[in-house]
Write a protein that binds this ligand. Sequence first.
Ligand SMILES: NC(=O)c1ccc[n+]([C@@H]2O[C@H](COP(=O)([O-])OP(=O)(O)OC[C@H]3O[C@@H](n4cnc5c(N)ncnc54)[C@H](OP(=O)(O)O)[C@@H]3O)[C@@H](O)[C@H]2O)c1
Length: 265
Amino acid sequence: MSYRVVVAGATGACGTAIVRELAQSGKCAGVTALVRRPHTFAGCDRERVSSVQVPSLDALLDDSGGNGASGVARTVFGEGVQFEAAVCALGSTMKESGGSREAFRRVDYDYVCAFVRAALAAGARRVVLVSAAGASEDSWFFYSRVKGEAERAVSALCREQGAALWILRPALLLTPARNRGSRRPAEAAVQWLVRALRLSMGGHLAVTVEEVARITRDVLDSAEGEGAHGLQRVLSRNADGAIVCSSAAIHAMAARWTPSEKISQ
Ligand SMILES: NC(=O)c1ccc[n+]([C@@H]2O[C@H](COP(=O)([O-])OP(=O)(O)OC[C@H]3O[C@@H](n4cnc5c(N)ncnc54)[C@H](OP(=O)(O)O)[C@@H]3O)[C@@H](O)[C@H]2O)c1
């Protein structure tokens, strides 16, 4: 069954790779990227990738019309727009979000939950959430705690709506070198070290954004929404039934992956 997919965080390192990968799937009927400002998805067929520009994702939180998630979905995505799938690769850092815990949480929790709620209201029944290794509501680390809380809230939302949820938990994300250098020099330096010393340790320490993108496509392309490689047995489910995919599992699955169906050129 073909699907249309909406992607939040589409302009990020991971999101860009995901958009590019999904745009090449013969099973994907179209990718809609939620963006803050105009963005060109280099190398993607413009017929297959479109954008919805929302300058502030506060729009996802605004229920002033009183119509709940479906009203928000109509306002943000457009009247009558439907998706079968949604991918959330939104994320920030304390520094980039404005320096406060509240600002970070607004992106990594509030916007993430609001996006998934709106996507579900627009019909999405397969959801992929890019979270992070170590995500846990009980973590001592604020970043990991927020990620864990977002996982929990998104899992509950998907369960309520009968949607299948995959939670991907990458460790360090290895991105194309040009993406990070100037913006996050420390992260770029660690990436360089991991690559130079081949330290990814089977995905335990790091995975590439392309690996995350392949797994996202694999999950959404497969008929059951459970990935084509029978590795579900090594994955765990959380209390809400969402499949949780560790960084090592992302690496292992990506290594075995071949595209299910390419678009005809
Ligand atoms: N980087 C890592 O090593 C790493 C490791 C593990 C997990 N993760 C997680 O993986 C996910 C993807 O990471 P990434 O490295 O690809 O992130 P990224 O490159 O920083 O991209 C983040 C995306 O979120 C959007 N975003 C950030 N703040 C926003 C705001 N206030 N309003 C609207 N959109 C906003 C960005 O949009 P703009 O382009 O408009 O800014 C961008 O599309 C995140 O959840 C991250 O926490 C990252």
